[in-house]
Write a protein that binds this ligand. Structure first.
Ligand SMILES: Cc1cc2nc3c(=O)[nH]c(=O)nc-3n(C[C@H](O)[C@H](O)[C@H](O)COP(=O)(O)OP(=O)(O)OC[C@H]3O[C@@H](n4cnc5c(N)ncnc54)[C@H](O)[C@@H]3O)c2cc1C
Length: 543
């Protein structure tokens, strides 16, 4: 009996320390949910904001639970422009503090998630000579504000150099360019890696678990949630010292669970992106157009061997998990790209189209434009002591979390403990990154995927001839990255849906079969998965 017990303990430690297979298993996480009576913190929402808060809480030593209704980064956090940036345009608006804070966080993100964040050079092409001077001076201020965490000096470049670096740029009337540096990243992969870090630091983090109601004590203070595991429909009643609403554009839904007559605090603003083949921007530099026809900024950014172009800023009256790009937004991006590129861009060239919603603070009156609505984050403490964190941006997720938890400590809802995330490496980060192979994005997990392919060479086959992703990555996503559906894998682990939506639809049956086998599901499950995924993916194909 004793031998059996010690064998089991050794096996358990081996599983946790050597390959983490056990820690990321859903059964294990659900068992923690069942066996824990009282949590210190429950976080609703598994986007950048909620995951950041969960990591902050668990590393300070609080018993932490995060619940995400669909998948990590299912909302806005997988639909960003993929920039880790201070925000050149906020600088132009004179919002120095916001820019300084974001530039500092940009530096930390590069240090702490070096496998996912890279230094990206941007060129602003100038067609008026005074723009050359204006942007050179402005970007020197940007450099200055980044201090010791600078990504590289901004410089003015001649017309000839601008053309040689941007071979598809429209050269008519071109006067020159200004080069500056910012960060570029894979947003949903960072979300997944933060979720893994949370678990490794002791938190329980579950996707496909939706919060349906808030629980309150006799003083009408929020002290827990009722959540449902959407895979099994099993309901859980969970108690905590503090509950944090980090649901992005869904913020008001939770605030209304607390107080049905609560006023709307969020107004969604939609931004869309179009993805094109790399031939539209073949070099290593990104393009930043600081002032398009209607005063917006437009980026053309190399990403996973494709080019992401966006974005727009359209105030909406409602929110959804799958927002739909508007015709005028598509036209705006294609027309603007055509104005700045000498290679003609048409709807037929669009490989994927995706829309995201910014959770902007609701304007005070209807005349307020989106540009004027605050982009900084906001912490709301309700009468019921429900804590809401909203706004901000991906780049500042860590600071938003720190401010939120500090606020909760100030309210005496948690014991005072220091924030530990400033120098905390995110799962996968460690040491220099060799970007010659597309698997670099996995950081320290790269060797695990290579091992899968060595053990079973058929796993090194590509998922689709147009894409470099392999079957091993699907298996890894299910075994180690908490992916549960075709969409989890193809939208937020290997990003095929965002890079080539038609290819994603074509490989759905293959990926569905791999997941079915791994999760020991039925053929009916697979068929349902394929049809649900195809319905979503059709929206990413521009017709
Ligand atoms: C078009 C666009 C481009 C952007 N580009 C950049 C950029 O380049 N760089 C940058 O730094 N920032 C960028 N941002 C901003 C950044 O993406 C957002 O600030 C950030 O992703 C918001 O994260 P979040 O966690 O607050 O919201 P979300 O990512 O939307 O997460 C909220 C989560 O809550 C979950 N949820 C909702 N209700 C429940 C419930 N009842 N139970 C459980 N879970 C629930 C949702 O499913 C969702 O996953 C961009 C934003 C947009 C819209």
């Amino acid at each position: 009996m004793f031998h059996l017990l010690s064998y089991w303990i050794l096996f358990y430690i081996f599983e946790i320390n050597c390959n983490n297979k056990f820690v990321f298993k859903r059964e294990n996480l659900l068992n923690q949910l069942k066996s824990t009576q009282d949590w210190d913190v429950i976080i609703i929402g598994g986007g950048a904001t909620g995951l950041g808060v969960a990591l902050d809480c668990t590393t300070r030593g609080y018993k932490t639970l995060l619940l995400e209704q669909v998948d990590f980064a299912k909302g806005t956090s997988s639909r960003s422009t993929k920039l880790v940036h201070g925000g050149v345009r906020y600088l132009a608006q004179g919002n120095i503090d916001l820019v300084r804070e974001a530039l500092y966080e940009r530096g930390l993100m590069l240090k702490n998630a070096s496998h996912l964040v890279s230094n990206q050079s941007f060129i602003i092409p100038n067609y008026k000579w005074w723009d050359n001077i204006f942007y050179t001076v402005g970007l020197k201020v940007y450099d200055f504000l980044s201090g010791k965490l600078s990504f590289g000096k901004s410089i003015r470049i001649k017309k000839s150099e601008t053309i040689s670096r941007l071979s598809t740029l429209e050269t008519n009337n071109l006067k020159g360019g200004v080069v500056y540096h910012d960060g570029q990243f894979d947003d949903s992969r960072l979300a997944v890696n933060i979720a893994q870090s949370c678990i490794e630091h002791g938190a329980t983090v579950l996707n496909h678990c939706k919060v349906k109601h808030l629980l309150k004590d006799e003083k009408n203070l929020v002290n827990g949630v009722i959540a449902i595991d959407t895979e099994t429909n099993e309901e859980y009643s969970l108690h905590a010292k503090t509950v944090i609403n980090a649901t992005g554009v869904f913020t008001d839904d939770i605030l209304k669970m607390d107080n049905p007559s609560a006023k709307n605090s969020i107004r969604p603003s939609q931004g869309i992106h179009l993805v094109f083949d790399k031939s539209f921007l073949p070099g290593n530099d990104a393009i930043m157009i600081p002032k398009t026809d209607d005063g917006r900024v437009l980026f053309l950014v190399p990403w996973h061997d494709k080019v992401v172009v966006g974005t727009t800023d359209t105030l909406l009256d409602s929110h959804s998990l799958e927002p739909k790009p508007l015709d005028e937004e598509i036209k705006f991006i294609i027309d603007t790209a055509n104005r700045y590129l000498n290679k003609n861009v048409s709807k037929d060239d669009v490989l994927s189209i995706f829309a995201g919603l910014r959770p902007l603070a609701a304007p005070k009156d209807k005349s307020e434009k989106t540009k004027e609505i605050s982009r900084s984050h906001k912490i709301i403490v309700s009468d019921s002591h429900l804590i809401t964190i909203t706004g901000g941006k991906w780049t500042t997720y860590r600071k938003m979390a720190q401010d939120t938890v500090d606020k909760i400590i100030e309210l005496n809802k948690l014991p005072n403990k220091e924030c530990k995330t400033k120098d905390l490496l995110i799962h996968g980060a460690n040491g220099p990154v060799d970007r010659t192979n597309h698997l670099y994005i996995y950081g320290t997990d790269k060797k695990e995927i290579e091992k899968l392919s060595q053990e079973n060479p058929s796993l090194s086959e590509r998922l689709h001839e147009r894409l470099q992703f392999t079957k091993a990555e699907v298996l890894f996503a299910v075994r180690q990255e908490m992916a549960r559906t075709i969409e989890d894998v193809l939208a937020r682990r290997v990003r095929v849906l965002f890079l080539d939506a038609k290819a994603a639809i074509e490989i759905a049956p293959l990926v569905g079969e791999m997941i079915r086998e791994e999760l020991n599901e039925t053929d009916d499950w697979r068929m349902k998965q394929i049809s649900e995924f195809t319905e979503i993916a059709e929206q990413y194909v521009l017709k």
